[in-house]
Ligand binder design. Structure first.
Ligand code: SER
Length: 585
């Protein structure tokens, strides 16, 4: 049975049992900055679980698009996914254990025709916060599951909460027996050997956990269930992994056709991260250096690295995107509607990454060969730092590469070096600097670098007549005065902003050099008050577009800046314009 059919059957079944069908919330939560992505079906429904009346009633059913990235490193094995779809049915203070369990049993055995003897269930074993859930076990027996297939486990297995605090409660999980032999006489559903596959989780949400870890009863008793469509498709298609189901097989086959090197784990990573990235982009996500944008960036970059590993030309990305749209558009029409945007975003990110990667990977290979020679297994923090500092190579990419080589990185040392370097460079620039910039806090440092980027961007957008006429920085904003005869058009402002942000996203190292003043002038370095500096000046170079005499302080890599935004463009004095801009998270 195809995934879309399972979804249709599910929504229909619950509709026939008095549930209103509600649409999936977007992957990027609306008005909730506490989470990066929607990670569970219950997330968009929290206010209603807490007691607010839902406009569509007390019985709801939906499919929910979810992204969970805490296991991102595990993707590549036979089951982990970052994107998945949950089918859910909800009772907001309406039915509880008995009806919920009966409906689950009927759906599995009658609608999906799963033989009852293939189903085992688990219930909450009880502790000081909540009693042993014998009611649930009784309900299962009544529905048709014999005692020997009912198991009890503690909070680790049979308690559900999204994060640390919030609505929660004991749950009952349903497992499908794959028919594989027991791994030991004690083999049971909580054992990860693969004999039992979890297929559905019904949470009996009647508690609230507060910041002190205290549980109180909610106003109402809710039911929150989640059935992962990828797993169910796998079971009903008789496959061993989701990657063999129709959700992924078209891409997996295509990758076999394209690859020059064979590696199943890489194929899975490519297929999974491609689908995940496309879903995130369709819901408005864009790559950046922070938060959800950074996760999207990691997904795309990891996918590209594995395409390289299989020696698949990156030109094939368009074909793979097209193929995914064709295969998934019935389930997710947004993929077809946003196809061009998805392509543009992924291809643009690819171009940026290729530049960083080529240099960094070569260096990494050299280093790793040396470490092997020495018979060691840990990549020294110094190396990670050098790759970052010199090539803008993100530390987590180094970490992933190390893992693939069976090694670890010394994260602690990297963090120490990173901090030390930052402090040293700030302290150094404080002593040297005679140019009138005073504050050296973290934000101010970022604004100094942003000033160089803005200066360079204005030259490109407006012309080489642009020169810095003044600058003022606080922790909250930057102000930049420059020579230009007329008011900037909206288009010019946009272009300038975009250019600065594209440099930030390209993660370009900020290089620091010391040289004789004459030499700096000869090199064409920009300097506002060159006469103010001593004989030896400090020069900052960013990519091939910015070279400025400056006392700093500066960040080490443009990627540290966040998002640049022009707030205002106005006249400062005759022939001089003023831009006020900010850096956002
Ligand atoms: N909230 C539960 C889960 O995500 C059931 O939907 O597993």
């Amino acid at each position: 049975m195809k995934a879309i059919e399972i979804r249709k059957k599910y929504l229909n079944f619950f509709k026939n049992h008095g549930h209103a069908v509600i649409p999936s919330a977007p992957l990027i939560p609306e008005n909730d900055s506490s989470v990066l992505f929607t990670t569970a079906g219950m997330q968009p429904l929290v206010p209603y679980l807490l007691g607010e009346p839902h406009p569509q009633g007390k019985r709801l059913t939906d499919y929910q698009k979810c992204v969970r990235t805490n296991d991102i490193e595990e993707v590549g094995d036979n089951r982990h996914l970052t994107y998945f779809e949950m089918l859910g049915n909800w009772s907001l203070g309406d039915y509880f254990k008995e009806e919920s369990i009966q409906m689950s049993y009927d759906f599995l055995t009658q609608e999906l025709q799963i033989p009852a003897e293939k189903i085992s269930v688990t219930c909450f074993a009880g502790d000081e916060d909540c009693a042993r859930d014998e009611v649930t076990a009784e309900c299962w027996k009544k529905a048709g599951i014999p005692e020997e297939r009912i198991y009890y486990f503690g909070k680790d297995d049979n308690w559900w909460i999204a994060g640390e605090t919030g609505p929660c409660g004991p749950d009952t999980e349903m497992f499908y027996d794959t028919g594989k032999p027991k791994c030991s006489p004690n083999c049971n559903p909580s054992c990860g050997c693969g004999k039992y596959v979890e297929i559905w989780n019904n949470v009996f949400m009647e508690f609230y956990k507060d910041e002190n870890g205290k549980y109180t009863k909610l106003k109402q008793k809710n039911v929150d269930t989640g059935l992962g469509i990828e797993r169910m498709t796998m079971i009903l298609e008789g496959k061993e992994t989701p990657f063999e189901t129709e959700l992924f097989s078209h891409i997996m086959d295509k990758l076999v056709e394209l690859q020059k090197v064979d590696n199943i784990s890489s194929r899975r990573i490519i297929a999974e991260h491609l689908r995940s990235s496309m879903m995130i982009i369709a819901d408005g996500g864009r790559p950046s250096n922070i938060d959800r944008g950074y996760i999207l960036r990691r997904l795309i970059r990891r996918m590209i690295r594995h395409m390289n590993k299989l020696e698949i030309s990156l030109d094939e990305l368009s074909t793979l995107i097209e193929l995914n749209v064709e295969n998934l558009k019935e389930m997710y029409p947004e993929l077809e509607n946003k196809k061009e945007i998805i392509k543009n975003v992924i291809l643009e990110e690819k171009d940026k990454f290729v530049k960083t990667l080529t240099k960094g990977e070569k260096e990494f290979e050299k280093e790793i060969a040396e470490i092997r020679k020495q018979g060691k297994e840990v990549v020294d923090g110094k190396i990670v730092f050098r790759l970052y500092d010199t090539y803008g190579f993100p530390p987590e990419v180094t970490e992933e590469l190390a893992q693939e080589n069976g090694m670890k990185i010394d994260k602690e040392e990297f963090n120490k070096l990173f901090k030390e370097h930052q402090e040293k460079s700030r302290a150094g620039s404080e002593q040297k600097f005679k140019g009138g910039l005073a504050s050296t806090g973290e934000m101010e440092t970022k604004y100094h670098t942003a000033t160089h980027l803005l200066n360079a961007a204005l030259k490109q957008v407006l012309g080489q007549h642009v020169h810095q006429k003044g600058s003022n920085i606080t922790a909250e904003r930057m102000r930049f005065d420059f020579s230009h005869p007329s008011k900037m058009t909206d288009e010019e402002k946009q272009k300038t902003e975009d250019l600065v942000n594209s440099w930030i996203q390209s993660a370009i190292p900020v290089e620091h050099m010391e040289m004789k003043k004459e030499e700096a002038i000869k090199m064409g370095a920009e300097a506002m008050f060159i006469e103010k500096y001593g004989d030896i000046v400090s020069v900052y170079k960013i990519g091939d577009f910015s070279l400025e005499v400056c006392g700093g302080p500066h960040v080490h890599n443009t990627s540290e800046l966040g998002h640049f935004k022009i707030k205002k463009e106005e006249s400062s004095s005759s022939g001089v314009r003023r831009i006020k801009a900010i850096l956002e998270e």
